[in-house]
Design a protein around this ligand. Structure first.
Ligand code: MGD
Ligand code: MGD
Ligand code: SF4
Ligand code: MO
Length: 728
């Protein structure tokens, strides 16, 4: 793809997923006319996926909201000016706070918030201004169990080790499908190329998943597992290593304390004992454990599958333990901590953003994790009367009606609110319930710096690219909208009033840009404000169009462990999670079908479904059913069936596929946009259902409050069309 004649081009970084691929945007007369992969990007080197190439269409989508909208008495929306809109939001939320207390307002932050560094940096100030503990978001359906694990073992939820893909000889990928997701908690543009390189240099990739995924198909070996049983499988491998004398005790002793306490619990996880439960035979478990130990380097990586099934905390814990016992924690080719140029871990530790279990939700007493309560209880908090009942809501870049279990109930609860304001680019299943919707400027009007995902890169480096287009006079960036709202609520620029006061006295204006610059300059590669310093600053980075590569990951456990005695290999909370797994193995198995999710390369959770270039082709919302189950239940390919869970009964379209294991069915989340037909023409016309209609909001993992999205028990039966009775 080359630049059209007469065009100039500007580098950009795709904000649509964690990979953050470099793009080149071609402009004519300042107007974007095309987008191409950026070959000179220091990290993605010319890789992009189909979503990134749609970024201009996303900004140009005629259904995208361009001015603030206010809901009228008849339920329709009409434009309102920014000043009036912000004044209204400030007044209504303040009134709710004055009358009912701070907890009567809630916020929900969706995933996109971490892809927009400005918004991510001002989020804490908005929460502080509201003063509420009712903070909800995507992490309780995504990373909560991992946050709890890292917090308990390393002392920070954000001490997240990533697989050193560039040097590993053996990757065990458990419940992640990076070929569709492009990698998560593992920032690795062109994941397919990086996995191919492992195989090309003679390494092995083993995928452990209930479905033979795209990633499984390119792997050396696919191991099919029963959903929700990963912790038992992992702990059984750990037992094999202990019994075979293959645990690297020297490294464990150097890195931390407590391994004996977990060792004492391993008798419950003999491979023979977990084989039937996990669906993996004892010989395979033993072989895989020894392969991990025998390989010159190896790493276990897991993601959404185990992280959002039953026993998610125990699974996340067992992954960390296994890597450590293999001697592969903080070792090249193993699980390593990146050295981000902008290191927010220390800043996060000063604020409420780090930690877990410090308070609980009002109605169901569910635990907080990194300052968020489980989103599965948002509807309870809105519906249940009493002091602290949620009456006002701010949503930012999220769609809980589609992304949270029992979204239908959330939709009904949203109608009960006194006031709701949403910051989003679309009227979707959630924002359509708002009284006020505030749209940000196009993505290309925002600059990009590798901030949150610098902490998860499989190779160190950093990029800072300026905005590609100028925003219009009446357009605002996401962070500006949040900051303006914060101000109307009486808050300052940071989450810490004392800091705000001190900085104001010094005449320093706190913006996300200033915070990022400060963190960059004082960070591991920064110029430390020395005028001729060799280190990095924003100006230098802007001059390097594709950013800078800072080399392979380096051992850095010391910087990432915040306990004086080193890593805690057996924290109390996590040992309890292991006991729960042992008890579950002993219990009678259930014969019910188990529902799991799946992702598609051309989709992004509940959105990007309004772009014709991404949704054409076969519908993606079929329920995958194994041929044995289909035969047993009388289900036929392409026909409709009725699926029932504890909370919902509804129609699905069956696709028979031996990709899923017997006993498992798969349905994606985020589809089914009939309710927004009037607001999103393309998405609204798609067929579809959303897995979260069936997923139980009562079921959570108790330690992290994590939603249980995978392995949900369902029943499926054919829809028998009653034939009209013949009249005599
Ligand atoms: N059953 C099931 N449920 C799941 C999952 C699953 O695997 N299975 N996955 C879970 C996971 S991992 C996650 S992270 C959550 C996601 O949950 P959410 O974050 O609630 O949902 P998204 O669909 O990502 O919503 C993104 C929203 O951001 C808006 N948006 C896009 N760009 C911008 C922008 O530039 N600015 C603003 N302000 N808004 C923008 C979109 O219009 C959309 O409304 O879903 C979870 N739900
Ligand atoms: N194209 C695209 N990319 C995305 C997204 C998207 O929606 N579309 N979403 C983004 C977000 S928000 C996130 S968090 C990441 C997620 O990134 P990933 O975790 O890589 O994505 P998933 O496809 O959800 O992979 C989870 C895998 O776990 C398997 N699984 C389900 N239950 C279990 C279980 O109990 N045990 C095991 N071992 N496996 C199980 C599923 O079959 C699936 O293959 O992707 C991000 N990237
Ligand atoms: S993988 Fe696709 S969506 Fe993700 S950053 Fe790259 S181009 Fe964007
Ligand atoms: Mo996510």
């Amino acid at each position: 793809m080359s630049k059209p004649a007469g065009a100039t081009s500007k580098p950009y970084v795709c904000p649509l997923c964690e990979a953050g691929c470099g793009l080149l945007v071609d402009l004519e007369g300042g107007r974007p006319v095309g987008v191409r992969p950026h070959e000179a990007d220091s990290f993605s080197a010319g890789y992009v996926c189909p979503k990134g190439l749609e970024i201009l269409n996303l900004d140009a989508d005629p259904d995208r909201i361009r001015t603030p909208l206010k809901k009228d008495a008849d339920g329709t929306f009409s434009p309102i000016g920014w000043d009036d809109a912000l004044a209204l939001a400030g007044e209504r939320l303040s009134a709710i706070r004055a009358e009912h207390g701070a907890d009567a307002n809630a916020v929900y932050f969706g995933t996109v918030g971490v892809h927009k560094h400005g918004a991510g940096l001002v989020r804490g100030a908005l929460i502080a201004a509201l003063g509420t503990k009712n903070v909800y978001g995507a992490s309780s359906q995504d990373t909560g169990a991992r946050f709890v694990t890292c917090s308990a073992m390393y002392g920070s939820a954000f001490s997240i080790a990533v697989p050193d893909l560039e040097r590993t000889d053996y990757l065990m990928c458990i419940g992640a499908n990076p070929l569709a997701s492009n990698g998560s908690l593992m920032t690795a543009p062109d994941v397919r190329g990086r996995l191919r390189a492992i195989l090309d240099r003679g390494g092995r990739i083993v995928v452990v998943d209930p479905r033979r995924t795209e990633t499984a198909k390119m792997a050396s070996e696919f191991v099919s597992i029963v959903p929700g049983t990963d912790a038992a499988f992992l702990l059984a491998m750990l037992k094999v290593l202990v019994d075979a004398g293959r645990v690297r005790r020297d490294r464990l002793a150097a890195q931390g304390t407590g391994f004996e306490a977990i060792e004492a619990k391993l008798s419950a996880f003999a491979p023979q004992r977990v084989a039937a439960w996990t669906g993996i035979d004892a010989e395979t478990i033993e072989r895989l454990a020894l392969e991990l130990a025998d390989a010159p380097t190896s790493v276990v990586y897991s993601r959404m599958g185990p992280g959002n099934a039953e026993h998610s905390t125990a699974s996340c814990y067992a992954v960390e333990l296994l890597n450590a016992a293999l001697g592969r924690l903080d070792a090249p080719g193993g699980a390593m901590f990146p050295t981000p140029a902008i290191d927010l871990t220390r800043l996060a530790r000063l604020t409420k953003a780090d930690g877990f279990g410090r308070y609980t939700s009002r109605v169901r007493s569910l635990p907080e994790v990194v300052g968020e309560l489980p989103s599965t209880t948002l509807a309870d908090e809105i519906e249940t009367e009493g002091e602290g009942q949620v009456r006002g809501l701010v949503t930012f870049a999220g769609n809980p009606v589609q992304s949270v279990p029992n979204g239908r109930r959330i939709a009904r609860a949203l109608e009960k609110l006194d006031f709701m304001v949403s910051v989003d680019i679309y009227l979707n299943e959630t924002t359509r319930h708002a009284d006020l919707v505030l749209p940000p400027a196009p993505a290309l009007a925002d600059d990009h710096v590798d901030l949150f995902f610098g902490n998860m890169r499989v190779r160190n480096g950093v990029r800072w690219v300026p905005e590609v287009i100028e925003r219009g006079p009446d357009e605002r960036l996401d962070w500006e909208i949040l900051s303006a709202l914060t101000k109307r609520l009486g808050g300052g620029p940071t989450a810490m009033p004392a800091v705000d006061k001190a900085l104001a006295a010094l005449g320093i204006e706190v913006t996300p840009d200033a915070v990022a610059q400060f963190a960059l300059r004082t960070g591991p590669y920064g110029d430390r404000f020395l005028p001729f310093g060799k280190g990095l600053n924003k100006k230098k980075l802007l001059a390097m169009a594709g950013g800078v590569d800072l080399g392979p990951l380096v051992p850095s456990l010391d910087r990432r462990v915040f306990f004086s005695g080193g890593v805690r290999f057996a924290p109390e909370a996590l040992l309890g999670a292991v006991d729960a797994v042992a008890a579950a193995i002993a219990a009678e198995p259930s014969g019910a079908l188990r529902l799991i999710g799946r992702r598609h390369l051309r989709s992004n959770n509940s959105w990007m479904h309004n772009l014709p270039g991404l949704v054409s082709g076969r519908p993606r919302d079929a329920l995958l059913v194994h041929p044995d189950d289909a035969a047993r239940l009388g289900l036929a390919d392409g026909e409709r069936a009725r699926m029932r869970s504890r909370i919902h009964e509804g129609e699905v379209r069956v696709e028979i596929s031996d990709e899923v294991r017997p006993g498992v069915v798969s349905l994606p989340h985020g589809y089914g946009h009939g309710a927004v037909r009037d607001h999103q023409a393309v998405a609204g016309a798609l067929s579809g259902v959303c897995a979260n209609d069936w997923i139980d909001d009562e079921a959570v993992e108790p330690i992290s409050g994590q939603s249980i999205l995978n392995g949900v028990r369902v029943e499926v039966e054919p829809i028998r069309i009653a034939l009209p009775r013949s009249t005599p």
